[in-house]
Design a protein around this ligand. Structure first.
Ligand code: NAI
Length: 284
């Protein structure tokens, strides 16, 4: 596909990771953030991650990689980009407004306009532009520099050629493994993972089995690297609940409904690893 110029909007957890893998692949990267503070936080996140990768011998020259990234507060700097990946907050209104702007700013009519959204229908973003044929979901996994998977999500209006070009970009250029699925809540991974985690929480909630018995059952009996309750803590219980809610809203199936225990833990601020306590307790 010969992509050399990429744009990333949002430099939070995901945007910084996406910018990092693009720069590590040798691409010229423009990253846009909304405020001066967020810009500095994004720069620190990116620099910290690259320094750690350099210390582990995964990156030869972190400074050279950073040189390929330009952080800015201006969306106008995305005008000449061939691919733009949106990774701002998971808020439909904010994303729709941004796609309207990207449509106005990005000049190449065949540029790929992608969203990293986990739950907002790609069609809502596509129809905010005059070029829905070139809009799709490119859903990375956290931490982006480590996890190999990317889900490609064309909407009903996305051209096959757009998805093929995105596959070439994430596969040949970024070295990721792409899978494809339709524009429905949860995509492949969360549609399978979230009901599994919710079932484990219901098992605990009903007193059917204890935490360690549930997790060890899956670790030692099904060779999972960690049990479902430990995994929920890692994802964050607020995120787990939010994804469950978006699946429930789409399909109205009880298996996607967040169990009361999950809701009460989120109410209590027991959000998992990031909060120091969820199903397990962690040293902060
Ligand atoms: P985050 O909250 O860490 O980062 C979002 C960033 O976007 C913030 O730095 C914020 O300042 C910036 N931002 C907000 N509005 C903006 C705008 N209009 N222009 C430019 N920058 C703006 O969120 P996170 O976790 O990185 O998530 C971003 C997206 O990635 C969401 O759509 C989320 O659903 C998706 N996602 C998250 C995953 C995760 O594990 N956290 C995994 C896969 C996808």
């Amino acid at each position: 596909m010969g992509v050399t110029r990429v744009g990333v909007v949002g430099c939070g957890l995901m945007g910084a990771g996406i910018a990092e893998v693009c720069a590590r692949a040798g691409l010229d990267v423009v990253v846009v953030e909304s405020t001066a503070e967020a810009l500095e936080a994004g720069r620190a996140r990116l620099t910290g991650s690259l320094r750690r990768a350099e210390a582990k011998g995964k990156v030869d020259d972190a400074a050279a990689v950073l040189d390929r990234v330009r952080l800015t507060g201006s969306l106008d700097e995305l005008a000449d980009r061939e691919v733009v990946v949106e990774a701002i907050v998971e808020d439909e209104k904010a994303k729709v407004a941004l796609f309207r702007e990207l449509d106005r700013i990005v000049t190449a009519p065949d540029a790929l306009l992608a969203s990293n959204t986990s739950s907002i229908p790609i069609m809502k973003l596509a129809t905010a532009t005059t070029r829905p044929t070139h809009v799709l979901g490119i859903h990375f996994f956290n931490p982006v520099p480590v996890l190999e998977l990317v889900e490609l999500v064309p909407s009903l209006l996305t051209l096959d050629e757009t998805t093929d070009r995105a596959a070439e970009f994430v596969g040949s250029v970024l070295g990721k493994h792409a899978i494809r699925c339709k524009d429905r809540a949860g995509f492949v991974v969360n549609s399978l993972l979230i009901p599994f985690i919710l079932a484990a929480i219901r098992m605990l909630e009903s007193g059917f089995a204890e935490r360690d018995d549930i997790d060890q059952g899956l670790v030692r009996g099904a060779a999972h690297p960690q049990g479902p309750l430990a995994l929920a803590d890692l994802i964050g219980l607020d995120t787990t609940k939010a994804v469950a809610e978006s699946l429930y809203e789409e399909f109205k199936e009880p298996l996607y409904a967040p169990p009361p225990l999950l809701a009460r833990m989120v109410d209590a601020g027991l959000l998992g690893r990031k909060a120091g306590r969820g199903f397990y307790t962690y040293d902060k």
